[in-house]
Design a protein around this ligand. Structure first.
Ligand code: GLC
Length: 450
């Protein structure tokens, strides 16, 4: 009898180990299935990023704890003061929707380690601040009510957790290996790995359908952290099993693992062409700030103009990508006036011109953009969109398009734009524009192809 129990236990242990091994496999998917799963996202093109946490109180960058090398004790005052008394997530959701954004990603936890949600696995959370409520719960409900797809940003990095080892981007980073070792004595990354799994499980279980998870970020190498530190494969496998349709960024350090990411994330840069991996165009999204910081930064003055922001959006679509545009709300819980002004201006443009953004992508090869224009294309309706970044005098020439075009109009008012061909270059189409630039930040011509 005893023997049988021992043999059964050995078998059980083997089985458990085996299932752990098997659990490292990510779900397999064909390229067509992936395209299908991501279709709403590639069609949407425009989303809102929200960086909100305790760093809104110092109001000098979400990396302030790191930059000023603050300890947990020094940073604690922001936790004690956190009380966004004016917060109305419905207002945020309405502003995002009015700007033309179709999805949203909010920092459930940023590098500072503070959780906006009521996690069972930490006390360092919104419910223990003077505010006292689960912000994530209110957030998901409000944005869903406006019809936006809801996502979470979750920081892999954690500058508060006692088991997270001090690394080169930690506020308490050191100059020598011995100093690192001394500080890291007793810290147990096994416990931290379990912590992030527990929290991601909570986020993807307790708040209904979650469409995007944005893990941030890996920095392998000396005194860095990569997929082994996060147990990325198992973390991702768990995320996908809890939310089978979820769309995942590429910062888990699984770039070379099949199924390890869904889209690439060029940050604060304009890509020169549609990004490729192994010669294949991949889904991509650029994340950008209005000014130089993700968190609310009172004294930051490098704000982009509405026209520059629209150009970022159009340019992304013209290369087959998305724009995730960030707002850093204040510690009272509102978007400051600079952010609101820009969202309004973008919304005004989107209201009349969103047909050149939604469901659009890069124009087929062979369509060459005239100087100072950006092209987007809707493959379903076969319409080409010519965005006039600088308003030309009188005419625009579409090279080699003479026999391809049925009709042309301005998008904002559906007013006809006449065209002709010229004898000198019979393949080119000459569009005749009014002298005066229409009252639109970036006018768009809608070209109906044959
Ligand atoms: C960087 C920064 C971070 C920001 C993120 C957005 O990784 O660490 O503060 O959240 O970019 O992409």
């Amino acid at each position: 009898m005893k023997k049988r129990i021992i043999i059964t236990s050995i078998l059980l242990v083997c089985l458990l180990n085996y299932s752990q091994f098997v659990s490292a496999q990510l779900p397999k998917e064909t390229e067509a299935q992936k395209t299908d799963r991501m279709k709403w996202w590639t069609d949407a093109r425009f989303g809102m990023f929200i960086h909100w946490g305790l760093y809104a109180l110092p109001a000098r960058h979400e990396w302030v704890k790191n930059a000023e090398r603050m300890t947990n004790e020094q940073y604690q005052k922001y936790f004690n003061m956190f009380n966004p008394d004016m917060w109305d997530p419905h207002e945020w959701a309405k502003m995002a929707k009015a700007a033309g954004m179709r999805y949203v990603v909010l920092t459930a936890k940023h590098h500072e380690g503070f959780c906006l949600f009521d996690s069972k696995f930490t006390d360092y959370k919104a419910t223990n601040t003077p505010y006292g409520k689960d912000l994530i719960k209110e957030y998901v409900e409000a944005f869903r009510a406006e019809g936006l797809k809801v996502g979470f940003y979750y920081s892999l990095i954690d500058w508060h957790h006692p088991d997270y080892t001090i690394d080169r981007v930690h506020p308490q980073r050191q100059d020598s290996d011995t100093a690192f070792a001394r500080l890291n004595k007793g810290r147990d990354m096994n416990k931290y790995r379990a912590y992030i799994k527990n929290q991601v499980r909570e986020l993807l279980t307790n708040y209904g359908e979650i469409s995007i998870i944005w893990f941030d970020f890996s920095f392998p190498g000396k005194n860095g952290k990569g997929h082994d530190d996060w147990d990325s494969e198992n973390l991702l496998k768990m995320a996908r099993s809890l939310q089978p349709g979820i769309i995942v960024d590429d910062r888990l350090d699984l770039e070379n693992v099949e199924g390890g990411w869904d889209f690439t994330t060029p940050e604060q840069v304009q890509v020169s062409k549609w990004p490729e991996v192994n010669g294949k165009k991949v889904p991509w999204e650029t994340c950008q700030t209005f000014s130089g910081s993700w968190g609310y930064y009172r004294d930051e003055y490098t704000w982009k103009s509405p026209a520059q922001l629209l150009e970022l959006l159009i340019e992304s679509v013209s290369k087959g990508g998305n724009l995730l545009l960030n707002v850093g709300p204040t510690a009272r819980g509102v978007f400051d006036s600079r952010a609101q002004d820009r969202l309004k201006a973008m919304g005004e443009w989107m209201k009349f011109n969103n047909r050149s953004i939604y469901n659009c992508t890069e124009a087929p090869s062979g369509f060459n953009a005239p100087a100072n224009t950006l092209l987007t294309y809707n493959p379903d309706t076969k319409r080409l969109y010519v965005h006039l970044l600088a308003y030309p005098l009188g005419t625009v020439i579409l090279p080699n398009m003479a026999d391809k075009v049925k009709y042309v109009q301005f998008l904002h008012d559906a007013s006809e734009i006449k065209f002709s061909t010229s004898e000198e270059s019979p393949n080119d189409l000459v569009l005749s524009l009014p002298v005066q630039k229409p009252d639109v930040l970036i006018p768009v011509m809608e070209v109906f192809l044959k």
